[in-house]
Design a binder for this molecule. Structure first.
Ligand code: SD4
Length: 331
């Protein structure tokens, strides 16, 4: 079932019932949870598909499992959802009709693995983990990533899905100018980025996407690039991001957030500063949505986006639900 984006925040174990609240109220509620040292594990994930992803992560985190296992399992949930048009095998193809996937993973030892421009394999995040654990490399792309996945026992899948292919054919007929700027808004840019801290206090993160719908064949976004789509430093914190990859890569977005936290900013301040950096580097802001989430070693959370409409899912021992990010400007 495709979940519709809604703003709600559920106070899971505190006794209150699920509450439906307006975005402005949500922002206030979140603000009240900043700077709070949380007890126990925490997972946060971009967009509403993060709710289901967090559930999977929580099965591991709540039993004292590792953040690395949690963020992989969580990403696999979204990758397996064939109704999702921007992550995994249900994603939209590139301009030429190929569904190419990008993903990465990073753990508390700063080990990282990544795959990009990967076609025909259903769980890129797990291939990325194999790159991290089984090779001396960080990143494999395209045909080489595919061959590695097959060698590692991953199954070949036929993509894109037939109904997605039909949409693409229609798009192709209607769009003669294949180099025009894409329409990017809060409804079509839905990478999942997940960051978690386990009961041991260790951080890990993952990120997975089919990227910019109808992109040029060969295009790779920020999501599989360590430091752009995701960054983890176990001494400091972790960050990940969703949005226009080209803008995020230009400022090494997630690394910037973590580095700003290292120099004393809260996760919230760091996410805001990274968004401001992106804004300062781009004259044309048309459709330039980017949304960061970040977590520090004390369990403080922050989130900030260029435009309104970005939200994330949060799960702790006491909270479960969606939170609206603060933002720079309205669409
Ligand atoms: C990309 N950042 O490929 C990804 C897309 C995205 O939500 O975030 N979608 O540029």
């Amino acid at each position: 079932m495709e979940l519709k984006r809604r703003t709600f925040f559920k106070w899971g174990l505190t006794g209150a019932a699920l509450s439906l609240i307006k975005p402005s109220q949500a922002a206030q509620m979140v603000t009240s949870t900043f700077e709070t040292k949380i007890n126990g594990p925490i997972v946060i994930s971009t967009w509403v598909h993060g709710l289901e992803a967090n559930k999977a992560a929580w099965e591991i985190l709540s039993k004292g499992g590792k953040a690395l296992d949690a963020v992989e399992k969580a990403a696999r949930v979204t990758e397996a959802d064939i109704t999702n048009r921007s992550v995994g095998i249900g994603g939209r193809p590139d301009r030429d009709g190929h569904l190419t996937l990008d993903a990465c993973i990073m753990d508390e030892q700063s080990r990282c693995g990544s795959v990009a421009f990967l076609e025909g394999i259903d769980h890129p995040v797990s291939v990325a983990r194999r790159v991290m654990e089984k090779t001396q490399h960080v990143m494999l792309v395209g045909e080489g990533a595919y061959q590695f996945a097959i060698e590692q026992g991953f199954k070949k899948v036929k993509t894109p899905l037939p109904e997605v292919k039909e949409d693409w054919k229609k798009w192709k007929k209607e769009n003669k100018d294949l180099f025009k700027k894409p329409e990017i808004n809060h409804e079509n840019h839905d990478t999942i980025g997940i960051i978690a801290m386990d009961a041991n206090g260790d951080l890990s993160g993952s990120c997975t996407t089919s990227g910019w719908a109808y992109k040029l064949h060969g295009r790779v976004g920020d999501s599989p690039i360590i430091g752009a789509g995701l960054f983890v430093d176990n001494e400091v914190g972790a960050a990940c991001v969703t949005g226009l990859g080209e803008a995020i890569i230009k400022v090494a977005g997630s690394h910037t957030v973590v580095e700003l936290m290292r120099h004393g900013m809260t996760p919230q301040e760091a996410c805001k500063a990274a968004v401001e950096r992106i804004i300062s580097k781009n004259k044309d802001m048309t459709g330039l949505q980017c949304g960061f989430i970040a977590l520090d070693k004390k369990g403080n959370v922050g989130a900030y986006s260029v435009f309104n409409g970005f939200n994330y899912a949060k799960r702790t021992n006491t909270e479960e639900g969606m939170v609206d990010a603060l933002f720079d400007r309205k669409w």
